[in-house]
Design a protein. Structure first.
Length: 396
């Protein structure tokens, strides 16, 4: 069985207010060419089809036209699409019955019953080629069953794997697709930037390939394991994604190691942080001025400063780049205190964040940004005074 694994399209996404429809169309053109050339048995889209739970009409139109275009490129290919955490599960499923006519299976939410879950609804047979267990994004506390949330999640995947093995009497290749963040196999999850990581072992055993979505960098889990893979986002969504984007082709035989091919996706407008090391503000503007006129990249200027940026810093960068094809987006500002390894606010866990007072959060952020003590004190005083005024107004 040959599958094409993709995920995290994030249709409708805007980068610093720049519209990106042409970039997504550029991706779909490449995806259609890949399907036409490779003729896979199935294309799996492992969540986050849209960037918003309420996508624009233009984003939904693009989605519909893209699927029809891909279907025309390979009319016998099945498409299986699951909802991610950015998607509205119910909205994605609205027209699932119509999509069946084009061999598109849409799984937006768990098929719940009075006894738990109808696992058979999540197992899709691909003719005589293999089986795919399709799981949408589910927060751990929303898995059915009894006991604590983590145990319910583990039991769900275990029962799904057991049911898949029961159904697969022909011993065909078996695939699991899910939208979840898994780590290298630690015994407990951790919260990083609000994202919950779970040990990959919760996903169950017996699958020939596990097609994951949610994390945008393509990689295997655990490191080097070809059976469990994030294909990554095909289009960069932030400046943290300055790496090669791709989709994955997997050829599968039951009980054998999958044969993987990473297919790069050309970026119509790559994200670029320049220069690599931070420089003084005026030097950064000179570098932007000498940036190639025909380069279409989104640009972030890497600047170091102890006093912050001028109030007109954005206007000056936009003026410098106005006759270029690049799109200036923002500055990456490094302050002296950051260089001295002051703890950044995004290094705290969700539980710690919830337990902190607003003053503590503000203090940690301002310190990480390198504000001097008197500025920090003035800000905290202003915040306390404002809070007091609001409370007085509410008590009247």
């Amino acid at each position: 069985m040959k599958i094409l694994h993709t995920s995290d399209w994030h249709l409708g996404h805007e980068l610093y207010n720049y519209k990106r429809a042409d970039e997504f169309e550029h991706f779909f053109s490449q995806l259609t060419d890949i399907v036409k050339r490779e003729q896979p048995d199935a294309m799996l889209v492992s969540g986050d089809v849209f960037h918003s739970a309420v996508p624009s009409a233009s984003a939904q139109t693009m989605y519909t036209e893209a699927l029809l275009q891909i279907h025309e490129a390979s009319p016998e290919m099945e498409m299986i699409i699951t909802a991610g955490n950015h998607d509205s599960a119910s909205r994605l499923e609205i027209d699932k019955s119509l999509w069946h006519h084009f061999r598109v299976h849409v799984i937006g939410m768990l098929d719940r019953t009075s006894e738990g879950v109808n696992y058979d609804s999540h197992i899709i047979r691909l003719k005589d080629k293999g089986y795919v267990a399709a799981v949408p994004h589910v927060f751990k506390q929303n898995f059915p069953g009894e006991g604590d949330a983590e145990n319910r999640q583990r039991v769900f995947y275990q029962k799904l794997a057991e049911r898949m093995a029961e159904v697969n009497t022909e011993e065909l290749p078996m695939v699991l697709m899910a939208h979840v963040a898994v780590d290298e196999g630690n015994s407990s999850y951790e919260d990083v930037g609000g994202m919950e990581y779970f040990p990959y072992t919760i996903l169950g055993e017996g699958y020939d390939y596990i097609a994951l979505g949610h994390l945008h960098r393509p990689h295997k889990v655990p490191h080097g394991n070809p059976r469990i893979r994030y294909c990554g986002a095909p289009v960069a969504i932030s400046f943290n994604e300055e790496y090669e984007h791709s989709v994955t082709l997997a050829e599968l035989t039951h009980f054998e190691k999958p044969r993987l091919q990473v297919v790069p996706i050309h970026q119509l407008r790559p994200v670029r942080t320049i220069p690599i090391e931070p420089v003084e503000y005026e030097e950064a503007l000179k570098i932007l001025c000498s940036f190639p006129d025909d380069d279409t990249s989104y640009v972030c200027l890497n600047v170091k400063s102890d006093v912050g940026l001028p109030v007109d810093s954005n206007e000056r960068a936009l003026a410098v780049s106005k006759d270029k094809k690049c799109r200036f987006c923002k500055y990456k500002l490094t302050r002296e205190r950051q260089i001295q390894n002051v703890q950044a606010p995004n290094s705290i866990s969700v539980d710690e964040f919830i337990s902190m007072q607003p003053e503590d959060i503000a203090r940690r952020y301002l310190e990480s940004e390198g504000y001097v003590d008197n500025v920090l004190a003035d800000f905290l005083t202003m915040m306390k005074e404002t809070t007091s005024l609001i409370r007085e107004e509410k008590s009247r």
